[in-house]
Design a binder for this molecule. Structure first.
Ligand code: UD1
Length: 328
């Protein structure tokens, strides 16, 4: 059997580790690359027994290192998920944002070119749309990022598009909306609302609502995101594509709270604080292009997605060691 081989950068991270799980379950060979800067060995521990799985401890910003991995394994596709994931940290540390969210993409594109990798799938973000209020957001909507993070994601899309146009690299940039699910870190001040709420409900503490809670986002389960990435790696007909990865359904903060309250009926009520300064009120994407180009549609309902999060949000299950000896 000629199995497709996929190299995943950021493989031990939140989205990366779910992507590796999905790829292995679909029979792909996976070369998982991570340097555990924020990824965790425990996220991919379950993959070690799979004969199609190889782990490489490496920093992909070292150009020679990534190139030699590509020459060693000759992957068909690179799924590039490694990056600086915090919008706030990207703003605070512009150099790190440049290195991890722009330069690293160029290094990936060049490593792909030098080693004959056919396709690169890239983790972009709805942050490229900034405060665009013409909803739903289409791939053709104006991109007007308002953060260094969003700008870097847009620049990376363009770097990859350049390699598509000039070198024939197949490229799919996936613009993730608000991704949530197990293995998302609830402890950082930069964490998404879902992981914060899951943790607080599990600990019996009141959640904090910024504003009146009517603000909406397009929340998509990480299981769906992993499926979209696997599709992007394997479907035919990709040249240079940009696709939203979203549900198309706006969900309010209050609706999320109601879902958690179904699970925790005796939880304390929410505490209402003033709205976050400059925050957008509503964001929702159009999922039509992903359906057409990737044959992908989100399948995990809000309720199911929240249940999967609750299962792993008990206080005793969320503290992972940063480093596990089997990957030393
Ligand atoms: C995301 C980024 C944020 C960035 C913004 C604009 C993350 C986790 N957040 O925010 O850094 O500035 O895009 O690109 O990447 N909320 C509460 N209570 C909480 C936490 C959040 O009410 O304890 C509300 C927020 O005010 C917001 C909604 O929940 O209205 C979602 O928040 P969040 O998960 O941070 O996502 P974004 O607002 O999209």
């Amino acid at each position: 059997m000629n199995r497709q081989r996929i190299l995943v950068t950021g493989a031990a991270g939140f989205i990366g580790s779910h992507t590796v799980d999905t790829l292995l379950s679909r029979g792909f060979e996976v070369v998982a690359v991570d340097n555990f800067r924020t990824g965790r060995a425990t996220n991919i521990r379950q993959c070690v027994k799979d004969s199609g799985f190889v782990f490489e401890f490496a920093d992909i910003t070292q150009e020679k290192v990534l190139r030699s991995l590509c020459l060693k394994y000759r992957p068909d596709t690179i799924i590039h998920l490694a990056g600086l994931v915090s919008v706030v940290q990207a703003q605070d540390e512009p150099n790190l944002n440049y290195l991890l969210n722009i330069q690293a993409t160029h290094i990936v594109a060049e490593a792909a070119r030098a080693s004959g990798v056919r396709r690169v799938v890239f983790a972009s973000s709805a942050a490229v749309y900034g405060n665009n209020v013409n909803l739903p957001l289409h791939e053709t909507s104006k991109t007007e990022p308002i953060s260094l993070y969003g700008t870097a994601k847009r620049v990376s899309e363009q770097i990859l598009d350049g390699h598509a146009t000039t070198f024939g690299l197949e490229v799919a940039s996936l613009r993730f909306f608000n991704v949530f699910g197990p293995r998302q870190d609830p402890q950082s001040p930069y964490s998404g609302v879902m992981s914060i709420f899951a943790r607080r409900f599990a600990e019996g503490e009141a959640v904090k609502v910024f504003g009146d809670g009517a603000q909406t986002r397009d929340f998509i389960s990480v299981f769906d995101v992993a499926t979209a990435l696997a599709q992007a790696a394997s479907v035919t007909g990709i040249t240079s594509e940009v696709c939203n990865v979203c549900t198309g359904r706006p969900v309010s903060v209050l609706e999320i709270i109601r879902e958690f309250q179904e699970i925790y009926p005796s939880a304390p009520g929410p505490e209402f604080l003033s709205a976050r300064e400059g925050e957008i009120l509503h964001s929702v994407g159009d999922p039509a292009a992903a359906s057409e180009i990737l044959n992908f549609a989100s399948e995990v309902s809000l309720q199911k997605g929240i249940h999967s999060l609750v299962e792993v949000s008990r206080p005793e299950t969320v503290t992972h060691p940063r480093f596990a000896p089997e990957f030393a």
